[in-house]
Design a protein around this ligand. Sequence first.
Ligand code: BG6
Length: 492
Amino acid sequence: MNTLPYNGLPTTIIIFGASGDLTQRKLIPSLFNLFRKRRTPRKFQIVGFGGTAFTDDQFREHLHKGMQEFAGYEFTDEDWNIFAPNLKYQTGKYNEAGDFQKLADYLAQSEEGDVNRLFYMALPPTLFPTIIQNLDSTGQLRENGGWRRVVLEKPFGTDLASSIELNKQVHKALQENQIYRIDHYLGKETVQNILFTRFANTIFEPIWNRNYIDHVQITVSEKVGLEHRAGFYDSVGVLRDMFQNHLLQLLTLVAMEPPASFGASHLRNEKVKVLSAIKPMTPEDVTIHTVRAQYKGYRNEDKVKPTSATPTYAALRLFVNNWRWKGVPFYLRSGKNLAEKQSQIIIQFKEPPTTMFPMQTMKPNILVLYLQPDEGVHLRFEAKAPDTVNETRSVDMEFKYSEAFGQTTIPEAYERLLLDAIQGDAALFTRADEVEAAWALIDPILQTWDMHQTPPLAVYKPGTWGPPEAYDLLARDGRRWLNEETSMMLEK
Ligand code: BG6
């Protein structure tokens, strides 16, 4: 793997929310794997900060348990025992300036000389301003020697106004180039591969536009329900949890113009341009172009309000109003408790303008980017069925990561993103204006749903592909969701 030059100083990673789920499930397994691959800085330590009163040893034990459950790769206790001494813990409250002074003193005595510090907020966004202010007032953000960077977990705000305010607050203490707003979808290999498919080849780009593409479908379906996050989820819902970030990010990568480079400014400029080319919906648009739904039984879930109108599923029809995409619908959908876990992007091409073959057997070409599971890219095209006069049959040309790259396991998205943050590469992180542009699209939908209750909240059966209304959304355009067909392609 190519790595960027790194200033060579020892690095401390400070995790706020260290006793929480994200740290145990994702952050530590990713940092440990980077360590095993010798990609962490030569001298580094990880200092957890949180409300739970752990000693260093209890913290290590807690994380070790998490590793056994969530790591997703084999590891030896020997390796863990080499890694574990780098893990330290400080108990503290996020609103106690005194606890931050203690943290500052602790860091000063545990570090030697100039050092880099990466502060990771594995916490709800309402806590970011207080923590950043406490870090600032105790001098911990001052770049006197090494760099200071802050990683902010999603969701970045709860609507447009709160995200603008949050940006304002964090900019009081930090420059934009010190801020790394994370969206873990961008750390996924297959998501980055959207750009490689488009821009490392010449065969796709000439047809990647309204002249050849009929429409685009982006599906991120989940089989899981609320897991243990009902309290959080019920106040958020699917649009804030999945669309404002992950689905819109996928859309930008599919729709963007070729950036001049893979560098942070070029890439993020192009993503912002895509978001700004989508017109925010009016209440009438929301009624016609969106579907919101809740799975049957949601209101009986523990910690969910019995009258909750929180949607656990949504489908949207969006248009990117520029020369490349004018008139091409982008259908986006995501939900919990659906038939399968599946993240995929389907590009359906237009039908041939005329044909000498019997039309009834012909299907349009589709290109499917399978993001997860069964990662790969498939192209469906028509071929002559043998031993017929003129019948066609759809066939599939496929690339599967598992076949092309053998046993190489696809690393956890957080691995790449943590490494990028340490190396100062912000290309796969979301810039302030980008987050706000995404909220500007989601806000009117949320408002119409909440204030006008339109369209009505639909219901779907757990284990299905969503409510009938989502099928109608496409049927009105003479189209249908293609994922069931593409699942069959995979089974072959
Ligand atoms: C998170 C959402 O950002 O992404 C979760 O908060 C969701 O609700 C998760 O389950 C999905 O991520 P992945 O990587 O499993 O597709």
